[in-house]
Design a protein. Structure first.
Length: 138
């Protein structure tokens, strides 16, 4: 069994955004040489997320409104966590959207359903953050 690891550094120049990282994951898969197995992709920071969904701008705006209703950024004083940094909402948004995703690899390709893509969700940006791609298989 092969094992392959790659880190990506993400730097989002605003507080929140969704970035399609499917091409970077596909590149890592090609570099790994794995034809059958699994790909794990996870955000290595507690205010960021990795998830699978459709790459459609309207849906991403819907995510933003949905998350802001559930965990509004302001007022900052509504959260006990806020103090050193005003990012409690980012921690909650990450919890909702998830830390990681796993995708099957079949015949050297990501085995997606229709419209599925892998996204990095940033909820407290404007600094470097790491993302892990771990691939295992044959």
């Amino acid at each position: 069994m092969k094992s392959f690891r790659r880190e990506l550094v993400m730097h989002i120049n605003k507080r929140r955004d969704f970035v399609n990282i499917t091409p970077q994951v596909e590149k890592a898969l090609a570099d790994s040489g794995v034809r059958e197995g699994l790909v794990l992709v996870n955000a290595m920071h507690i205010t960021a997320s990795v998830f699978i969904n459709d790459d459609e701008g309207g849906l991403h705006r819907d995510f933003e409104r949905f998350l802001e209703r559930l965990a509004p950024e302001k007022p900052y004083n509504q959260y006990d966590h806020n103090g050193y940094e005003d990012n409690a909402d980012a921690h909650l948004k990450r919890q909702i959207m998830g830390r990681e995703t796993v995708v099957a690899v079949t015949n050297g390709k990501l085995d997606f359903g229709p419209w599925e893509q892998i996204f990095y969700g940033e909820f407290d940006g404007m600094r470097d953050k790491r993302l892990l791609i771990k691939i295992i298989g044959e």
